[in-house]
Write a protein that binds this ligand. Sequence first.
Ligand SMILES: *Cc1c(COP(=O)(O)O)cnc(C)c1O
Length: 413
Amino acid sequence: MRPPSVDSLARSLSDIDLPPPLLVDAARTAISNGQPDSARDEAVRLQRALLGPAINATGVLLHTNLGRAPLAYSQPAKATNLEFDLETGTRGSRNHHAANLICRLTGAQAAVIVNNCSAAVTLVLAALARDRAVAVSRGELVEIGGGFRVPDVMAESGARLVEVGTTNRTRLDDYRTAHQVHQAALLMKVHPSNYRISGFTEETSVKSLATLGVPVVVDLGSGLIDDACSWLQEGRPSWLGEEPAVKQTLESGADLVTFSCDKLFGGPQAGVIAGRSDLVEACANHPLMRAFRPGALVLNALQQTALAYLRRDGDSIPFWRMAQTPVTELLSRADAMSIGRTVHTMAMTGGGSLPGEQIPSAGVEIDGDISRRLRDANTPVIARVHDQTTVIDLRTVDPGDDSLVVAAVASSI
Ligand SMILES: *Cc1c(COP(=O)(O)O)cnc(C)c1O
């Protein structure tokens, strides 16, 4: 029998929601593999390779591979005042909407928004320390993950790294000496967001670094906005451990802080540089700013998140709502799903934040490794597996998705 033509095979797939050129690709692949019958599977494979929703049942709230903080967001197809000053009718700045709200939240004099925290650190170094020395403790020369290594970022930005102290102990005198010898442009502290040094350790506080008369930059990474957590009815949760906050770090004397917006801030992927206005302005005016600036989609989502904080409405920020759901509620959801044993679990923030801190959680345990089948569901469910047991942690699942999880489990056993 002659194989079907690519076109007729592609037409037979027209019920699959993909544009015709991609259906043609699927048909062509199937025919050239000598298996025209596999065209439908090929098309489904192409469809599932697109960016799409997934259900995070891992118990890791800020899962980097699952897009970190979840966020609902929509925007009408309308022009915006992105760079238009409605007061004067002339050109404005894209840095006066969300950035001003960040200042209001943190007490910073000024702030600038870039694409992520890596861009924030790179821009600070390039704008304020090009060809000059930047002192960093040997205990903080970290790799954050995904290729963000402090010494490499330093080199790329044109700043000269001066290592001070030792891996476990760095004192004020170490920074003072480094400054005297190298005339440091900046003293930089990097928050150890994804690791912990314990035992015989000593680090120098921001407060004492600020006495040396050199601008102090703190890369906080995680972006907890305020120690008081006034957006939560219960106040600051214990699982935050010692996590430093943006507002208090600035109050203790940091001249600039940098942080991610899709970690503990719970917003879209973006990065913030906040602090002294002259330093922020130097960053904003640097040529790299044009390459690092986010678009209106991101700025709008960031603005919505910042407004939720100002309304003290943590419940409307998905990350905080999920993190703070009472275990009793998770247990009764697990019971109601009746797809396996209801179990207590431990969730964590993840995304390179709060190493070692766990959040009591609950979910469902199912015998056997059914993770592959769960991923194959229409809305893929990503679960945890250990010892041939699949665990669906409900802390990271939106209650509105429980029925999808039930359906995914039902179709996989
Ligand atoms: C996460 C993190 C970064 C990188 O942030 P991205 O927004 O992912 O680029 C940088 N520094 C610290 C301390 C971090 O925790």
